[in-house]
Design a protein around this ligand. Structure first.
Ligand code: TXA
Ligand code: MG
Length: 347
């Protein structure tokens, strides 16, 4: 299959993407978080093609994307009143909410669950494509299963060229990590995947929102995942990753004392020069959670496939502000995480 890449600013191409999607085609679209691989949520055969193109396990459900609140009633059996409050505060934007599904949502979308995750993206091209398609769009991140999520059209090309009809290039994504996923089907409401909308921000509207414990630790044996995505290692580099959480000065010292020939470093920008003598990539400024999130996946892609023995990753301290980045690094490290003080000693 030939994959064509178009500029996401071109309104004719957005209309063409909408027609393609209505007809059951697959189009990768930019969003403010990461690129998504979109299809009509109401065409089961197109949804199945999305799973095939990504190599995604069929029990891992997709998020459905809307461009107006009136579309919620097509997707949810009932609209929880709290959802409307949160929509008012955070939509359009990087928040996904899960509620009981409407019977007409195909099982292919939800992986057989009786719930469906919905998001209203803020990216103008994403909204324009949904509007042009005239239907809600199911869209997982537009990467091969197991690769870091794509934050540029070039990343999507590398993973999915030849497997999908069209890619819309909207430049680099603003946030760089996937949306916050909030489950409204059980109380207390729980964040199943941290993103740029932090638990603290959610609590200023719904006071008792919690973070699911499986966000920062592996599932115990026999423990049921509240989100199927928790069962899967999102991004599995070919070599071990060791996440070093704590002040940058401490993790830098730990890396210098423990690294061996063949190891690589994923570091804060402030430390890049000090690792000039080994393969090293910086992903953002230490104290800037948004900068780190924006750079994380592109940096992991740069390190990937480099034939490194191990990757040491400087990781921010555990706090809600940095939860999205810490969660992604913990998962890349298979939860192999060391907590260090400012001298590089293990806590
Ligand atoms: O920012 C984002 O959310 C991006 C862009 C493209 O919108 N999308 C994205 O989709 O990250 P995906 O498929 O890569 O991740 C969706 C996550 C998975 O971990 C999945 O298990 C979880 O959301 N999920 C989806 N529907 C669910 C449901 N009904 N119940 C529990 N978890 C669900
Ligand atoms: Mg994904």
């Amino acid at each position: 299959m030939q994959t064509t890449v178009f500029c996401a600013n071109d309104s004719e191409k957005l209309a063409a993407a909408g027609a393609l999607l209505r007809g059951g085609g697959l189009v990768a679209i930019p969003t403010e978080t990461v690129y998504g691989l979109a299809c009509s949520a109401f065409r089961p055969e197109a949804v199945s093609r999305v799973f095939a193109a990504k190599g995604r396990p069929s029990d891992n459900p997709l998020i459905v994307h809307i461009c107006e609140l009136s579309q919620l009633s097509l997707l949810w059996a009932e609209i929880p009143p709290e959802a409307l409050r949160l929509a008012e505060a955070f939509w359009p934007g990087p928040l996904t909410m899960i509620a009981r599904k409407h019977p007409s949502v195909p099982d292919e979308v939800t992986g057989g669950l009786d719930t469906v995750a919905v998001r209203f993206p803020s990216h103008p091209a994403a909204r324009a494509v949904i509007a042009a398609a005239g239907v809600p769009l199911a869209a997982p991140s537009a990467n091969l299963s197991g690769s870091p999520s794509p934050t540029s059209a070039a990343h999507v090309c590398r993973d999915l060229s030849g497997r999908i009809e069209m890619i819309l290039d909207g430049g680099d994504c603003d946030f760089g990590v996937e949306s916050t996923v909030l489950d409204l089907t059980r109380t207390p409401f729980a964040v199943l995947r941290p993103g740029s909308v932090t638990p603290e921000m959610l609590r200023s509207h719904i006071p008792d929102v919690i973070t699911d414990p499986a966000v920062l630790r592996p599932l115990a044996e026999g423990e049921a995942a509240r989100s199927p995505g928790m069962k899967y290692r999102h991004y599995a580099p070919n070599c071990p990753v060791i996440a070093l959480s704590g002040p940058g000065a401490g993790s830098a010292q730990y890396i210098r004392a423990n690294r061996r020939e063949g190891d690589a470093v994923l570091c804060f920008e402030e430390y890049l020069r000090t690792f000039a003598d080994c393969p090293s990539v910086s992903y953002g400024r230490e104290k800037d959670a948004a900068d780190l999130a924006r750079g994380l996946y592109a940096s992991l892609r740069l390190l990937d496939g480099g034939g490194h023995a191990r990757i040491f990753a400087q990781c921010p301290p555990l706090s809600e502000e940095y939860l999205a980045v810490t969660n992604r690094l913990c998962r890349a490290a298979g939860f192999h995480i060391l907590h260090l003080d400012e001298k590089g000693a293990e806590l």
